[in-house]
Ligand binder design. Structure first.
Ligand SMILES: *Cc1c(COP(=O)(O)O)cnc(C)c1O
Length: 341
């Protein structure tokens, strides 16, 4: 049986790339595929992004960049995060471009990061730029929550880079691509929206985006709890009246986080609440009928958006998606690619 089936809808992914490219007009789209494409599978997503016109790919680490270079020998790959000194030679040999926030290494194309308000890393001013510099960038802290503050950061960036020519200036993440057109500049770096997830935590359809990942399992056991009986560790759910319970063989080790108790999944298409403690490899749902073993449980998909789970767990879809384990030891991952959709 399929303890966990993860389906990646590359047709939806392609649609999202095209949707964002339309929004960007003449600005290049650089697809952010860090963290295994936010848990969606970097190989499939990176190839599809390039096929749909992404001009570059962005990753977080040198290791991710090297892996991607093995898949796509000729595409621009930009490493957004800091790299170690001992990774420099291999990054250079692989033709990776690096984002630098302090010392500028030799012999490798770099993008200089300006700190205009994110307060993590970045130079506070630009001075004496060497020839290796191909881009200058900043990252917005509040494009999804406070556009006025994002505009302050953008203005600082524009003022600091006004005299530079022949470089790629890039600022926009997904939220800024969708809502801050003046931030588009030469290139934009959307991530989450490519996967059909809302950077604002709302309904992706509001922005014409289609979710890419769906996740299903099956009822592995069904039992009737008598009043006073409980399910799971710590007796965190105790039946008050006779209650049907279904056991789903998925847990926090699969990425179904422990604080998703109380969220809703679908059992044969009908909503069912997750009850009791989520354990490493299983959780329980409350049923309103004696459902059968083997009935489909939809964890993420139409009617159960990742955004709803994120609200229950008080987190963001970025974290939930990037933690779903689609490796062969725990899940059967499949890709559907309806290029015409
Ligand atoms: C992750 C990341 C992005 C993409 O952000 P989204 O909100 O997923 O669009 C863009 N730029 C940098 C520097 C990042 O680290």
């Amino acid at each position: 049986m399929a303890r966990s089936a993860i389906t990646i809808d590359l047709g939806a992914f392609r649609h999202n790339v095209r949707r964002l490219r339309r929004q960007l007009g003449g600005t290049q789209l650089w697809a952010v595929v860090k963290a295994d494409a936010y848990g969606h599978g970097v190989r499939d997503c990176a190839i599809a992004a390039v096929e749909e016109g992404a001009a570059a790919l962005c990753v977080a680490t040198a290791g991710e960049g090297l892996e991607l270079r093995g898949v796509l020998p000729d595409v621009r790959i930009i490493v957004l995060g800091p790299i170690e000194d001992d990774e420099l030679a291999s990054a250079r040999a692989a033709g990776l471009e690096l984002v630098v926030a302090e010392r500028i290494p030799e012999g490798v194309r770099v993008h200089v990061k300006l700190d205009t308000g994110m307060g993590r890393w970045g130079l506070s001013e630009l001075a004496g730029l060497p020839d290796e510099i191909v881009g200058v960038m900043t990252h917005l802290a509040t494009a999804d929550s406070d556009l006025a503050q994002a505009r302050v950061q953008l203005e600082r960036f524009l003022a600091a880079t006004a005299d530079l020519t022949g470089l790629d200036r890039h600022v926009a993440n997904s939220a800024a691509v969708l809502t801050l057109p003046e931030s588009h500049l030469d290139a934009a770096r959307p991530g989450i929206a490519l996967y059909g997830l809302s950077p604002f935590g709302g309904d992706p359809a509001d922005h014409g985006l289609r979710p890419v990942l769906s996740w299903t399992s099956e009822l592995a056991a069904v039992r009737l709890l008598a009043p006073g009986q409980s399910t799971g560790y710590g007796r965190r759910f105790i039946a008050v009246v006779e209650t049907w319970i279904g056991i789903v063989p998925i847990g926090y080790a699969d990425g179904f986080r422990r604080d998703l108790t109380g969220t809703t999944v679908l059992v044969s298409g009908e909503p069912a609440q997750v009850v009791g403690a989520i354990s490493m490899d299983a959780f329980a749902v409350k049923l309103d009928r004696p459902a059968g073993v083997g009935e489909t449980v939809t964890l993420v998909g139409p009617g159960v958006p990742l955004e709803a789970h994120a609200r229950v767990a008080d987190t963001i879809t970025y974290e939930l998606a990037s933690r779903i384990d689609s490796g062969p030891a725990r899940a059967r991952r499949s890709v559907v690619d309806d290029a015409a959709s």
